[in-house]
Design a protein around this ligand. Structure first.
Ligand SMILES: O=C(O)CCC(=O)C(=O)O
Ligand SMILES: [Fe+2]
Length: 318
């Protein structure tokens, strides 16, 4: 086995050990034996069989995953609060209850929905929903690249705090940080040079409250949420082409996302254990619409259409 693959495997095993908080035996030693490597074992001890079971389990899980999901799993992971190791995340993921997607051919589209109906059918069922014009009454046109740049520039410490404590997804760009994002030339910011797409979560409370002055919690969300202000805001923006590539998140709750500008198609892929009874769904979100998806349960990818820059804001809810 090539040196680099060996290191990757040893790293995987290290992570498995940490995750499982194993107490006896030496998982890494077993890997070293299998690989013929002389690397020092560093994993806590486990019983004799457990390491092999863990290895076999890892490989089996990888084998049963579909190719697209494998690509995604080994490509990138996002909004991860547990571990950045995709294999560990997949191993530790609870199996989905396939009623969330069974017999579902399309994402339900509502022109309006009451809080009671939303709570009854969608809030906790992991069934995705699109609410047309869910942002009506918001001043959506205020949100632009320049709005966000100005907001972070004018709020002392906001950029540093968000960079240190929150996440930034560069996707296919070479833009690695929020500072870099806001330092782009005007032409690039206006998508005149290339079509970039990025996302970030905001960790600055002042920025958070200004954002919330410009949008409302969607009316259909459970009431307790409407009063909460401590959820993170997530912003995704950019030009035509691929957006987020296929991934599964490890956040706590279901998310809503409002399309403030532009048009975006979501591909929602059921988890592999539901493949026999569930279909992959596609749903296109237009300016003003709100989509609700449990991104911990549905693998998802996005694609941005030609036209206005896609700008979204969203959050999780209970
Ligand atoms: O909006 C996007 O392009 C991706 C969003 C996403 O991955 C999420 O909300 O979990
Ligand atoms: Fe996601």
């Amino acid at each position: 086995m090539a040196e680099s693959s060996e290191n990757v495997l040893l790293k995987e095993i290290d992570d498995i050990c940490k995750l499982a908080k194993l107490q006896n035996g030496t998982l890494k030693q077993v890997a070293n034996d299998l690989l013929g490597s002389s690397a020092e074992p560093s994993c806590p001890k486990v019983g004799k069989l457990l390491p092999l079971v863990a290895l076999i389990l890892s490989i089996s899980v990888a084998l049963v995953l579909r190719k697209d999901i494998l690509v995604a799993v080994f490509g990138t992971t996002e909004r991860c609060i547990i571990s950045n190791n995709p294999l560990i995340m997949e191993l530790g993921r609870p199996l989905a209850d396939c009623t969330m997607c069974q017999s579902l051919d399309v994402v339900s589209v509502y022109q309006n929905i009451s809080r009671a109906e939303f709570a009854d059918k969608f809030a906790y069922s992991n069934i995705p929903i699109l609410i047309k014009n869910g942002t009506s009454g918001w001043s959506t046109s205020i949100f632009s690249y320049n709005f966000f740049r100005q907001l972070y520039m004018d709020t002392p410490g906001a950029l540093e705090k968000t960079e240190q404590e929150c996440q930034f997804f560069e996707y296919n760009t070479n833009i690695e940080t929020l500072s870099e994002f806001f330092e782009m030339s005007d032409d690039r910011a206006a998508l005149k040079e290339d079509s970039w797409y990025i996302g970030w979560s905001n960790c600055d409370p002042t920025v958070g409250s200004i954002l919330r002055n410009n949008y409302r919690q969607p009316w259909f969300l459970p009431r307790n949420v409407a009063e909460e202000v401590d959820e993170l805001d997530w912003i995704f923006m950019g030009g035509p082409g691929p957006g987020a590539f296929i991934h599964l998140d490890h956040v706590e709750k279901t998310s809503w996302q409002a399309q403030l500008s532009g048009t975006k198609t979501w591909t929602l892929i059921p988890p592999p254990e539901c493949e026999a009874v569930c279909k992959t769904l596609e749903v296109t979100v237009h300016t003003g619409d709100i989509i609700v998806v449990n991104t911990n349960k549905w693998y998802h990818a996005t694609y941005i259409h030609q036209g206005n820059m896609s700008i979204t804001i969203g959050s999780e809810f209970d």
